[in-house]
Design a protein around this ligand. Structure first.
Ligand code: FMN
Length: 182
């Protein structure tokens, strides 16, 4: 069984999860933009930071994914996946980003990341300012759980990274590995 962990990050929180996952499982780990080919891999775990609902690097991984390889997608974002509303939205966003033939061999998990507004690139600062403006234009009773998190963390430094969340993912990886000869 040949498995790999791929990550797409801008500010590093997804990389922290990916490296820890590699330590826990012994699977090799690589940034999505360094992967040349996935031919010969039976299983791929893709961790991607969430940017306006998009999962960083996932398009590239999907393009390279071998026809029979299993895929595990892990999103890393600010929204709390313990909220059923957030979880549904994350699932819908994921389904939009994966073709049907890949979705049927995909498992997904959602983790929380980190943000430090002082370190954001200018374009990201502007995106978040626009987002805040559009949230605040709505009455607060109409805010989604994700809107509330964005308002609460705006212009701050917060770190929700928690390696406990990797436990279920390592279990899923071990299950895949045990079904295929090493
Ligand atoms: C421009 C921008 C857009 C974002 N969009 C989302 C989003 O749609 N959903 C979410 O949960 N978090 C969102 N976030 C928060 C990031 O997903 C979070 O900071 C994550 O930890 C970033 O991963 P990275 O540190 O690996 O780059 C956004 C952050 C920025 C700066």
């Amino acid at each position: 069984m040949k498995g790999i962990i791929i990550y797409g990050t801008v500010y590093g929180s997804t990389k922290r999860y990916a490296q820890k996952l590699s330590q826990l499982t012994g699977w090799e780990v690589m940034s999505y933009d360094r992967v040349k080919s996935l031919s010969g891999y039976d299983a791929v775990v893709h961790l991607g930071g969430l940017y306006a609902g998009g999962i960083k690097g996932l398009k590239t991984t999907v393009k390279n994914l071998p026809d029979t390889a299993k895929l595990i997608v892990v999103t890393v974002g600010l929204a709390d996946p313990d909220s059923p509303e957030n979880c549904r939205n994350l699932q819908t966003a994921l389904e939009r980003q994966l073709p049907e033939n890949i979705l049927e061999r995909t498992q997904s998990f959602h983790l929380r990341g980190a943000i430090d507004y002082e370190k954001l690139h200018l374009s990201h600062k502007m995106m978040m300012a626009l987002l805040i403006r559009s949230i605040k234009a709505k009455p607060s009773e109409q805010w989604s759980d994700e809107d509330r998190t964005i308002v609460q963390t705006y212009n701050q430094k917060v770190d929700f990274v928690n390696f406990e969340g990797l436990r279920v993912i390592t279990q899923a990886m071990r299950q895949i590995a045990s079904r295929k000869p090493m």
